[in-house]
Design a protein around this ligand. Structure first.
Ligand code: PLP
Length: 415
């Protein structure tokens, strides 16, 4: 692993201003919540707001033409990133949550009938549960949950049992933000399509960690968030097949999304603008394009290879700690899993662990990670999560485990 640490983590770390100067000693192990931003992305935001700021698709002036060109170029980069060869299939949204809501409200409203079924899994983030609950209720449909198996993976047998002719949509996470498991999307898509169901992929936790190819996966929809990809907050995207988007009614109404407006009715702009009402997050969308370029310059496969080794090391080190239990599959069982470990220690609240680690400059996440149904399934309210990225290092993992050992012995002695 040593040469990968040098080639990937140590080399890239210098690109992130947060770790320079005052934050030299910061150990950031919360990349699944949001990624840190490289200088290139920060510079691209600064450049847009200081020398290119104009509204897009409207002005006759040069500044607007430049902003439009940069904004649309970012759409092309996003399409290329997930191997869609048609940038009309990329809809900019505020985040992945909005992308999921967009499909639930528009596709769901026109396509779902009473008694239809939507299949999601128990490990979904609330963003991939609540929009489906709302539309299922409105359209009198059933929302059905696929179980998690004893290894903390999606139970494919249970999926097979629950999938049927009434299933109209399967919406699952690619890599779980809590279990870290990587779901067998190609199998899911094959089976779902045989029953005439579409497949939505929540790719929030995979896009920055491994190559994601919408054609290879065979999916119909995908949601992603820029801030998990080293990009700015406030922007994300929906990808969907053009023929599906063409049939979907608009989501929000207003400027930008219309072709013509009359007093009694309106007609819609062509894709992708039909789904982009109002002034978008222009600088942020441009910044997302810069972030994608940045990740691609390191290489998604190289990132994946490094993070796989690092995840194995994280699990090995956490296994040294008495009483600590990890949710989700061990990397020896599922080498392709995501680079995070969610854990708990009976009798110790995960918030106490996170707060004491913070005293030593180590940032991890504690709580339910927006996965309450999954935590309920395990009979626990809260867990701690350490999540890695390509700038994480084995020595950060060593510091985490050493601190954890002393925190646990301190808390156990004082409980
Ligand atoms: C798996 C997963 N899905 C969806 C989301 C929601 O992303 P956002 O808040 O950027 O919309 C997250 C964020 O944590 C996530 O991890």
């Amino acid at each position: 692993m040593k040469h990968l640490v040098k080639q990937i983590a140590e080399k890239s770390r210098n690109d992130f201003p947060l770790f320079n100067g005052n934050n030299n000693n910061l150990i950031y192990l919360d990349h699944a919540a949001t990624s840190q931003k490289p200088k290139e992305v920060i510079d691209s935001l600064e450049k847009y707001y200081s020398s290119q700021n104009a509204n897009v698709h409207r002005g006759a002036h040069q500044l607007s033409a430049i902003a439009t060109e940069k904004f649309e170029h970012s759409r092309k980069l996003t399409a290329n990133f997930i191997n869609s060869n048609n940038e009309k299939e990329i809809i900019f949204t505020r985040n992945a949550t909005e992308a999921i809501n967009l499909v639930a409200y528009t596709w769901g409203n026109y396509q779902l009938q009473e008694n239809d079924e939507i299949l999601i899994s128990l490990m979904e983030h609330h963003s991939n549960i609540v929009p489906w609950q709302l539309i299922a209720k409105a359209k009198k449909c059933k929302l059905i949950f696929i179980k998690v198996n004893k290894n903390g993976e999606l139970d494919l047998d249970d999926f097979r049992k629950k999938l049927n002719d009434k299933t109209k949509l399967v919406s699952v996470v690619h890599v779980s933000n809590t279990l870290g498991c990587s779901n067998p999307i190609e199998d899911i898509t094959d089976l779902a399509h045989q029953k005439g169901s579409l497949v939505f992929l929540d790719a929030c936790q995979s896009l920055a960690h491994k190559p994601v190819d919408v054609k290879k996966l065979g999916i119909d929809f995908l949601a992603g968030s820029s801030h998990k990809l080293c990009g700015p907050t406030g922007v994300g995207f929906l990808w969907a097949k053009e023929e599906i988007l063409e049939k979907m009614p608009p989501f929000l109404g207003g400027g930008e999304m219309i072709h013509e407006v009359f007093e009694d009715q309106s007609t819609w702009a062509d894709l992708p603008h039909k789904f982009e009402a109002g002034t978008p997050a222009i600088g942020e969308a441009i910044g997302m394009g810069t972030a994608i370029n940045y990740l691609q310059s390191i290489g998604l496969q190289a990132i994946h290879n490094y993070e796989k080794e690092l995840t194995k090391y994280l699990f090995e080190k956490l296994a040294e700690i008495n009483h600590l239990k990890i949710l989700g599959p061990n990397p020896l069982l599922q080498p392709d899993r995501g680079p995070l470990a969610t854990f708990y220690i009976k009798g110790i609240h995960s918030n106490d662990i996170a707060e004491l680690l913070d005293n030593s400059n180590i940032c991890i996440r504690s709580g339910h990670h927006c996965c309450q149904p999954l935590h309920r399934f395990y009979g626990i309210k809260s867990t701690a999560r350490a999540s890695l990225s390509f700038i994480s290092t084995p020595s950060e993992i060593d510091s985490l485990t050493e601190e954890l050992k002393s925190i646990i012995s301190f808390l156990k002695k004082n409980s």
